[in-house]
Design a protein around this ligand. Structure first.
Ligand code: NAP
Length: 363
């Protein structure tokens, strides 16, 4: 993993902090220094019963609270992901009791990338913890496409396997599109199959699966009762696995979307118009305080290693958003780590459970 140089965002370039008094149902109201209300969505039964009162630690102190500065609500992805895993565990035990079957997830890893091996290990552990049977295949780096396709065909045909995940990236000599297309759409729990993405993009169509990371972003908004309908949203990044499906999901929920990418001009100005920002650019601390509209909600997908001589590993992980600055302006924000990251695996488990329920006709 290449380290990026730490782009320091401790020196404040933030816009002057304004008290926000926004009206409108189910959104955030900031008044003065400490009144941050996160309205629960009464129509969403999954809305968190208790919202954590945790706030951005780095900028919050009694002294700060006496000034005009505000401190954003921290959207706790770790806690929400745990809640979801608990729900999945009880659904799986209900399934086992009722029909004697449990969901199965097959993970295929090609090559010996350490980061990929860690992701696969974490997914396997997460499966075991909720009661999903996991199947793992590890192939050497120099395997042929035909060998990999053979395993995919076997898992496609295996009725105990309800989800198939090919750990990306694949070695360069393999055609990723060809491989991903070989996964049966009914088992495409990653949601990357073009048919799933096509259905996501079309009005009146339903994808069988939604890609896990963007699904996790939207789930966080739902569970914190943050309304999306009618809001202006900016998605930074347009990758097939995060930015593009995140924008499609927001659009399906009736937000008005702008997508920012590496050729976009006036990124700061466009982002400043957003009520909701989802950033997935992979650029450490790119989104400064001055990019953020007071009261905006920020979902930071970026995971960027930056040099940190004080850390035992010599680096630490930061998001795309300059957290310290954003905390003073946004009304709610996901931390990195502990925000979107834990949600991705939780959504994978959720997609696998839905797939099994569909295949086994279990309500
Ligand atoms: N939390 C999680 O579970 C999770 C999951 C997946 C990814 N991630 C993280 O999310 C980040 C993005 O991942 P990805 O796979 O989507 O990355 P990616 O495939 O590299 O896509 C990055 C996107 O950001 C855009 N971009 C890059 N630099 C930019 C800039 N300076 N200004 C505006 N747009 C810029 C790119 O624009 P172009 O299209 O013009 O090149 C591209 O669309 C990474 O940090 C990754 O580690 C986290």
């Amino acid at each position: 993993m290449a380290l990026t140089m730490f782009s320091d965002c401790s020196s404040s370039t933030t816009a002057r902090l304004l008290p926000l008094n926004r009206t409108g149902s189910g959104f955030l109201h900031l008044r003065g220094s400490s009144a941050t209300l996160l309205h629960l969505n009464p129509r969403n039964p999954r809305s968190l019963g208790v919202i954590s009162t945790q706030r951005c630690q780095s900028s919050y102190s009694p002294t700060v609270a006496m000034t005009t500065e505000t401190s954003a609500k921290v959207i706790d992805g770790k806690a929400v992901a745990k809640q979801i895993r608990d729900e999945i565990t009880s659904e799986i035990s209900r399934m086992r009791d009722a029909i004697g079957k449990v969901p199965g997830l097959a993970v295929i890893l090609v090559g010996d990338r350490k980061d990929s091996a860690t992701y696969v290990r974490n997914k396997k552990k997460a499966c075991e913890a909720v009661g999903i049977t996991s199947y793992e295949v590890r192939l050497p780096e120099d395997s042929t496409e035909q060998e990999l396709l053979k395993y995919i065909a076997e898992f496609n045909a295996n009725p105990s396997v309800h989800g198939i995940l090919i750990q990306l990236p694949l070695p360069r000599h393999m055609d990723e599109e060809n491989i991903l297309n070989a996964v049966r759409i009914e088992k495409d729990v990653d949601g990357f199959h073009p048919l799933n993405i096509g259905r996501l993009a079309m009005r009146g169509r339903e994808p069988l699966f939604v890609p896990c990371t963007p699904k996790g972003c939207i789930e966080l908004l739902h569970r914190y009762g943050i309304s999306i309908k009618g809001k202006r949203a900016v998605v930074i990044g347009r990758s097939n696995i995060v930015g593009m499906p995140a924008a499609l999901l927001l659009q399906r929920e009736d937000a008005t979307i702008s997508i920012i990418h590496s050729s976009t001009e006036n990124r700061e100005e466009i982002t400043r118009q957003a009520d909701i920002i989802i950033s997935a650019a992979g650029q450490a601390n790119m989104v400064r305080g001055s990019w953020i509209k007071p009261g905006a909600v920020i979902i930071d997908v970026g995971i960027n290693p930056v040099d940190d001589p004080n850390s035992p590993r010599g680096y630490r992980l930061v998001g795309d958003v300059c957290y310290d600055e954003a905390c003073k302006i946004a009304s709610a924000i996901t931390p990195v780590p502990g925000g979107v990251g834990p949600m991705t695996i939780a959504m994978l488990l959720s997609n696998t459970l839905s797939s099994a329920k569909r295949a086994l006709n279990f309500e």
